[in-house]
Design a protein around this ligand. Structure first.
Ligand code: M6R
Length: 359
């Protein structure tokens, strides 16, 4: 079943370009994104969105919030389901409550969904499993078409969740007239390109395999990025800690100087997401500050950058979302190869289960 790959996680990383196309199929065309799952009128009157999820799905939600605010001009809150449940959250009937889940069975996410429903909110599930508890509970569901994901460390499900949120942001933008037709067309073009860019380049994989040798021992990792690359940094750190058991934190790079920079020395590994199309100069100066304190820097970027100990070059792209999807693959493979070198069970990491059905 692994079809020649060493691990399910590896196979699933390599499948991403196909499942992203699947996820767009029949939903994206010309200057429109259309979901037949969403009944006409369902999104009318929505004034705010709250997204609720756990783990990787939460990271996808956080990434989606940047797109929803930017494209649909709707205030978007993102909450971790286990926190949301007990904080006596304020919910307004004009809010759309979106839950995201690969399995559709995560206990905290399901309970948060039930609470929102009881409070009278419209609910929408973005889920990979049809007929799961979450899909049955929500008023309306959009299926991510990632196929069965076996690796405990989620990869292709994350990719499709971000893609669905991107599509949703354009769907709502059309309804609310917050983007011009040409802008939506441009975004759709970029979406199609992004899916293509997740096809794994074997030379890149080899490069990451070699590079992983340097990153096996040290005080720990910081994954840093800004804007939508911050949730991607969180996700890169989560991938690494799940399967390598090394300490890793995702951080907004502009926040490093407010504390974490005190940790910087050559034993601190920093994976820096440096896209050319989004705040490049800002993140560059944040990374330079870390390099000046001798942190070991692995920069993922299309630009030559002198401050780095290792450079993983991505090509120049037209949009930051293309860079997002390309960098996502780099982070997944880096985590995979570090875990392999450490001799860990990539698909069944210790202490973790694929689906968390208890609180
Ligand atoms: O099935 P869900 O998406 O609701 O699961 C949420 C998390 O348990 C899950 O994303 C977890 O963080 C993954 N193991 C991450 O790789």
């Amino acid at each position: 079943q692994k079809e020649g790959y060493r691990y399910f996680m590896e196979k699933e990383i390599y499948e991403q370009h196909k499942v992203l196309v699947e996820t767009m199929m029949g939903r994206v065309g010309g200057a429109e994104v259309h979901f037949e799952e969403i009944e006409a009128g369902f999104l009318e009157g929505i004034e705010e969105i709250t997204i609720c999820a756990c783990g990787t799905s939460y990271h996808a939600g956080l990434a989606g919030s940047y797109l929803l605010e930017r494209h649909a001009k709707l205030k978007t809150n993102v909450a971790i389901a286990s926190e949301f449940r007990y904080k006596e959250p304020i919910m307004r009937p004009s809010e759309l409550f979106v839950v995201i889940s690969q399995s559709g069975e995560t206990a905290d996410t399901l309970e948060a969904l039930k609470q929102a429903k009881r409070a009278g909110l419209k609910t929408l599930a973005i889920c990979n499993m049809d007929n799961s508890s979450i899909v049955r509970e929500a008023h309306c569901s959009i299926l991510t078409r990632a196929g069965i994901e076996k690796g405990v460390a989620s990869t292709k499900a994350f990719a499709t969740q971000v893609m669905v949120l991107w599509m949703l942001s354009l769907h709502i933008a059309k309804i609310r007239h917050t983007l011009l037709k040409e802008e939506i067309e441009g975004q759709i073009h970029s979406m199609v390109e992004s899916a293509k860019l997740t096809r794994v380049d074997e030379r890149l994989h080899e490069r990451l395999k070699k590079l992983s040798k340097r990153y096996l021992h040290g005080h720990g990792f910081f994954f840093i990025g800004r804007d939508i690359f911050y949730p991607l940094a969180l996700e890169g750190a989560l991938k690494l800690k799940e399967i390598s058991y090394l300490h890793a934190e995702g951080y907004p790079s502009g926040e490093m100087k407010h504390g974490p920079i005190a940790l910087a020395d050559s034993e601190l590994f920093t994976v820096a997401l440096m896209p050319k199309n989004l705040l490049y100069d800002k993140i560059k100066s944040n990374v330079e500050e870390l390099a000046a304190r001798d942190a070991t820097i692995c920069a993922i970027t299309p630009e030559p950058f002198e401050g780095a100990d290792d450079l993983v070059f991505t090509a120049a792209r037209e949009s930051y979302m293309e860079e997002f999807f390309e960098m996502m693959v780099v982070l997944q493979i880096l985590a995979l190869e570090i875990s392999v070198r450490l001799g860990n069970d990539v698909d069944m990491p210790r202490n973790l289960a694929k689906s968390v059905t208890v609180e």
